[in-house]
Design a protein around this ligand. Sequence first.
Ligand code: PEP
Ligand code: MG
Length: 316
Amino acid sequence: MKDGMKVTIDATHGKIYPGELEIKEEKAKAVEIKTKTQVKANLAFPGTAEKAKHADGVGLLRLEHMLTKAGMHPIEYVRNGRHVELIEIIVDGVGKVAQAFYPKEIWVRSLDARTDEFRNMKGGEKEPQEDNPMLGWHGIRRSVDEPEILKCELEALKQLHEKGLNNVVWELPFIIDVSELRKAKEIAKQVGAPTNFGIMVETPACALTIEEFCKEGIAFASFGSNDLTQTTLGIDRNNENLIKIFNEMHLSMQFLFKHVIEICKKYNVESSICGELPSNRKDAVEFLVKTGIDSLSVNIDAIDKVREWVAEIEKS
Ligand code: PEP
Ligand code: MG
């Protein structure tokens, strides 16, 4: 897929990049508003970095599109011994974003492809059939079992830092246990890459045990509110019949947000959110800002609007 190509994608699904594909130039102008709570950008296409660089950093850089634009499943590169190519794709794509934003941090999410997502790609047909891929073998749990792609990612991270792009930090999706963080650190050490990972808070398991992660040492904790809502409410985020009760601000979510933000504060760990929620709901932004979240990462076309919301909330 080419950068900027217009596509229609299910807005509740993990493959979404709303706002990124139809950016209007006039909407992407920098707004000179300074806020205490940082407003960052969610990105998937390196070509859009220039349009978002007035944001306070990148709170989520998804690797999926970068890694699949050649039409081949990333795991197929590994199967075919083409690690070097995979590493080059990451260094090239992430490097463009890191350069555009330097010295502001960019948080790159380790590959989080569900087993059904890239089935049509070369090599995708070999992915296991799962009854429930959304809750299946993806994110850090897969990397622990099959670390080859994460190794390539971390080799790319090392190379980026060697080039002076020390504003790149890696983050681990769908984490539920400190042992997964330790495993990632172990691999980073083997490769010679930085070991200061961020984590995505996408399950109650992670949210409720956030203190353990803080004690172990994390660079930041970022709510993946799309998944956190799915796993907390027990609602399949792709099920159209349930959209009406897919409430990312359900009281249970508010408890989890508050708990994680407060514990992170205690340990001086940056708290953030990168799901769809802050791009769309001012009430959520107000709750998160007033609870003390450090940053919000939003779709490119929401940066200016959310900055205005934050400024207004911070003043009130
Ligand atoms: C999330 O779950 O909120 C998130 C940002 O990750 P994805 O939507 O890619 O699963
Ligand atoms: Mg997610």
